[in-house]
Design a protein around this ligand. Structure first.
Ligand code: ADE
Ligand code: ZN
Length: 329
């Protein structure tokens, strides 16, 4: 009888409640990717910025992407509304309230200073606003945090080094460096020097790799950049030796299924490798990447993957526990 009860499939709302109730960390989240159209319109009005959308619904209907590059064009354009510390604080606070509702107790978000500094926004406004939002989230929602500054890999290493120099006064509020943007032809090895400087200053390293780029970029992120977690890592599925390495060394993957679906990395989620990675003993975590653009926050990612891959409650609980275990709390 007990067995029969245990096997009774959950209703969608019961499963959602179960996943929300799992304490979890979100480790792959671009703050700029949490800019919901409603807030985009509010900040555009505040700062006198003209948007390419007539309405919130119009913005939503533009969010169909053929690949990462098509998404990034639209995503970087929207950052024009982020100009002052107050804007960055509002953005961060709005995200944290959503995260709290999803049972997130710890966050390690990314931000992209190189999408703001060239527009004349000072690093102090960006980091000051983000950390004000994070401190409010800690005080009012009990969400702890670490902050990761990303370099845009489509730009030069000189640009990354200049950005690193601008960040030096704020190192007390930074815990890691990351690498994002267009992966094609922008291998991790291009950023060996700036990563070495960041590690020497005591920061940890992560990097996007194996999203649209090959498994070789994951090897480089580990061996050259000394990344302790890989963001996405989907293409590890092509390389059994790499899968063994990830498992043996406990190098976690911060996976984002709805992003992978929307950016055509794994258009059919039933082919997503997360379950194969779990079975291979790899530390897999669930995250939302750019939730305002990809149709869901972190719990939506757990549920979409569970439905596509027939994951058990144990699988879901394991990924949530792993997210806390591989975090920098
Ligand atoms: N920046 C924001 N989202 C990204 C993603 N999924 N891949 C690379 N760069 C990004
Ligand atoms: Zn990402």
């Amino acid at each position: 009888m007990a067995e029969a009860v245990a096997r009774t499939p959950s209703t969608p709302s019961e499963l959602r409640e179960f996943v929300v109730g799992l304490p979890k960390a979100e480790l792959h989240l671009h703050l700029e990717g949490t800019l919901e159209p409603e807030l985009m319109f509010e900040l555009a009005a505040r700062n006198g910025v003209e948007l390419p959308y007539a309405s919130v619904a119009d913005a939503h209907s533009a969010y169909e992407f053929e690949d990462l590059g098509a998404f990034l064009d639209l995503y970087y354009a929207a950052t024009a509304v982020l100009q002052t510390a107050a804007d960055f604080e509002d953005l961060t606070w709005a995200y944290l309230q959503r995260a709290a509702a999803d049972g997130v107790i710890h966050v390690e978000p990314f931000f992209d200073p190189q999408s703001h500094l060239p527009r004349g926004v000072a690093m102090a406004e960006v980091i000051g606003g983000i950390t004000a939002g994070l401190r409010r989230g800690e005080a009012e929602l009990g969400i702890s945090w670490r902050l990761i500054m990303c370099f845009l890999r489509n730009l030069s290493e000189e640009d990354a080094l200049a950005t690193w120099a601008e960040a030096e006064p704020f190192l007390a509020d930074l815990h890691g460096v990351g690498l994002d943007s267009n992966e094609h032809d922008n291998p991790p090895v291009k950023f060996a020097k700036v990563y070495a400087e960041a590690r020497a200053a005591g920061l940890k390293a992560v990097a996007h790799a194996g999203e649209e780029g090959p498994a070789e970029y994951i090897w480089q992120a580990i061996d050259v950049l000394r990344a302790v977690r890989i963001d996405h890592g989907v293409r590890a599925m092509d390389d059994p030796e790499l899968m063994e390495r990830l498992a043996a060394e406990g190098i976690a993957l911060t996976m984002c299924p709805l992003s992978n679906q929307r950016l055509q990395v794994t258009p059919d989620l039933r082919e997503h490798p997360a379950k194969r990675f779990l079975e291979a003993g790899i530390a897999v975590t669930m995250n939302s990447d750019d939730p305002a653009y990809f149709g869901g926050y972190v719990v939506d990612n757990y549920l979409a993957l569970a439905a596509a891959l027939d994951l058990s409650r144990e699988d879901l609980a394991k990924m949530a526990a792993t997210s806390l275990a591989v975090s920098w709390r």
